[in-house]
Design a protein around this ligand. Structure first.
Ligand SMILES: Nc1ncnc2c1ncn2[C@@H]1O[C@H](COP(=O)(O)OP(=O)(O)OP(=O)(O)O)[C@@H](O)[C@H]1O
Ligand SMILES: [Mg+2]
Length: 226
């Protein structure tokens, strides 16, 4: 599903540049559930943003479902993002002035689904994450765990093949975090999508089939290098 070869990502830094990902290689099979760990600032979000087509890389190759992403234009990237990828951001990124229902139905509207159908589906997905009674609440009227569940419903509504989660439990207490993870696992078993989840939590990482560690711009599998 994901094939990354010799990928390098730098950011401008002072007069020079800082290499965050240094010729990394990564193969992810369809249906795999992978956790990503690494110190703060090691490049986890940078990697997930690249995989989620939210940012560009300097050099190397990134193929998603066999297609080289470097050669896809902005429109094509936007379409793939909307249709095939669900993203749960480190800070939720819910729209503050919209209700839970509106937030969840937006990706459907962007995909051209008529409003009535989109609304019905958004309601189903909010029910799925246990928020059927909070459809009209705005993000400020929801707890952190509830906001995270709205973000997950939004990421899932277009039924993506690839679900990317950036520390979905990072700001939650351990019980709520465990519930969110349980939800993600249930969805994984049910829908068989490919999941990449960034976490600082070893227990959560241990739930995945495989753990990747990012350190010094490189990716290592398993517990090597810790
Ligand atoms: N847009 C940017 N411009 C310049 N530098 C950036 C940019 N985004 C991230 N960085 C730098 O790149 C490095 C990796 O950042 P990244 O957000 O990927 O880390 P992370 O592993 O997700 O950390 P955390 O666990 O704190 O979320 C950091 O040193 C950060 O300062
Ligand atoms: Mg991060």
């Amino acid at each position: 599903m994901i094939s990354i070869k010799g990928l390098t990502k730098t950011y401008p830094s002072g007069r020079g540049k800082m290499t965050v990902l240094d010729e990394i290689n990564l193969e992810v099979q369809k249906g795999e559930f992978i956790s990503i760990m690494g110190k703060s600032g090691s490049g986890k979000t940078t990697l997930l943003n690249l995989i989620g087509l939210l940012d560009n890389f300097d050099s190397g190759s990134y193929k998603l479902s066999g297609v080289e992403m470097k050669s896809v234009d902005q429109r094509g990237l936007a379409r793939t993002r909307n249709r095939d990828i669900g993203f749960v951001y480190q800070n939720f990124n819910l729209l503050a002035n919209f209700s839970a229902l509106d937030n969840v139905m937006l990706p459907q509207l962007f995909g051209g689904v008529p409003a009535q159908r989109a609304r019905k589906k958004a309601q189903e997905f909010l029910e799925l994450v246990g928020l059927g009674d909070k459809l009209k609440n705005r993000p400020t009227q929801l707890s952190g765990g509830e906001q995270q569940r709205v973000a997950i419903a939004r990421a899932l509504i277009n039924e993506p093949e690839l679900l990317l989660l950036d520390e979905p439990t990072g700001t939650l207490d351990s019980k709520t975090g465990a519930e969110i993870l349980e939800l993600v696992k249930t969805l994984w078993v049910k829908n068989k999508m490919t999941i990449l989840v960034i976490t600082h939590d070893r227990e959560i990482a241990g739930e995945a089939q495989k753990t990747l560690h990012i350190k010094d711009g490189k990716i290592m599998e398993g517990s090597a290098g810790l």
